[in-house]
Design a binder for this molecule. Structure first.
Ligand code: BJW
Ligand code: ZN
Length: 269
């Protein structure tokens, strides 16, 4: 789309009212107002590491202790956080209009805040901080223990001065069934998304007549291509972000500002 995206909220709300299939695609920005750091930008560091250096299978192979400390820290932060006005506006919209529209939330976030806000029809593309997967038998389980194992108690401090991580592998979380080492059930860089999850997301995207893209930098694939593809086939796409992204020119609407403010307005009557 060559024309600049519109910021006409009234016109967007008319389109939303008429829509039958709605997708809300969210990223880290929606949880920023709950105090959870985004990935790119100043908050994206833990100790001296950028999260992209730790969220890889190679990092876990090299130091499961370091990667578990990183995830233990993030589990504790997200557990203390509360869903904000953006999460709640989405959940209320589903509650109110879920009978007359198909409303699907596709999130790249792993913090569980959409579900805690009450969203029901939710696709978690990149996994969840509170699920583990056995590296041996592959069983996936919900685990909200705090700490997830004794050895991680009082670990995971984000202080850049802390160096190394020395928890013996045998003291990290292990599978109760087969004894294998557990890992976070999260899609790391270079790993494919769960094919069923991806298929569900692609189905919702292919059917939607309107898509709200909320708080994502739109640079991580495959999620980054969902909304541009929907716009290209004629769906109405509106972006809610503090700043423009590489995908902004593809979209019909752009609403600048914190989505804890813009979303409640966009999703209200
Ligand atoms: C606000 C706000 C407020 C702030 N209000 N807004 C095609 C081309 C090139 C590369 C690839 C490709 N296909 C695959 C790749 C490789 C890779 C990839 O995309 N790399 C790119 C970085 C280039 N993708 C993968 O590896 C994926 N796997 C895959 O495709 O497998 C097959 C394959 C592999 C390799 C090659 C080809 C095919 C898997 C990706 C999994 C991503 N996992 C992560 C880490 C999870 C770990 C964890 O959480 O611990 O998921 S990466 C990280 O980025 C995390 C996020 O979900 C994801 C997206 O980030 P998000 O949500 O957009 O956050 P930010 O921080 O980037 O942006 C926040 C935004 O909010 C900003 O815009 C702010 O302005 C805004 N904001 N406050 C509104 N209050
Ligand atoms: Zn197992």
């Amino acid at each position: 789309m060559a024309v600049r995206p519109s910021s006409d909220m009234a016109k967007f709300k008319e389109a939303l009212k008429a829509a039958k299939q709605v997708v809300i695609l969210s990223g880290a920005g929606i949880s920023a107002e709950s105090g959870i750091p985004t990935f790119r930008g100043a908050g994206g560091f833990w100790r001296k590491y950028q999260s992209s250096a730790l969220a890889t299978p190679e990092a876990f192979r090299e130091s499961p202790s370091l990667v578990w400390e990183f995830y233990h820290y993030r589990r504790e932060v997200a557990a203390k956080a509360q869903p904000n006005a953006g999460h709640l506006a989405i959940a209320n919209f589903e509650k109110k209009y879920g009978n007359e529209k198909t409303i699907t939330v596709i999130t790249q976030n792993v913090d569980g805040l959409h579900a805690r806000a009450g969203t029901k029809n939710l696709i978690e593309l990149h996994g969840n901080l509170y699920k583990t997967r056995c590296t041996k038998c592959k069983e996936v389980l919900v685990n909200t223990d705090s700490p997830i194992c004794e050895a991680l108690a009082n670990r995971g401090a984000p202080d850049a001065k802390v160096i190394g991580s020395d928890i013996p592998v045998k003291s990290l979380p292990h599978c109760k069934k087969c004894g294998g080492l557990l890992r976070p059930h999260i899609v790391w860089f270079g790993e494919g998304l769960d094919p069923n999850v991806l298929e569900n997301a692609e189905r919702a995207m292919s059917k939607c007549d309107i898509c709200l893209v909320v708080g994502t930098s739109s640079v991580v694939y495959p999620a980054a291509m969902f909304a541009p593809q929907a716009a290209a086939r004629g769906a109405t796409v509106a972006e809610f972000n503090l700043e423009t992204t590489p995908a902004t020119p593809d979209f019909h609407y752009y609403f600048e500002g914190p989505c804890g403010t813009t979303l409640p307005e966009a999703l209200s009557d």
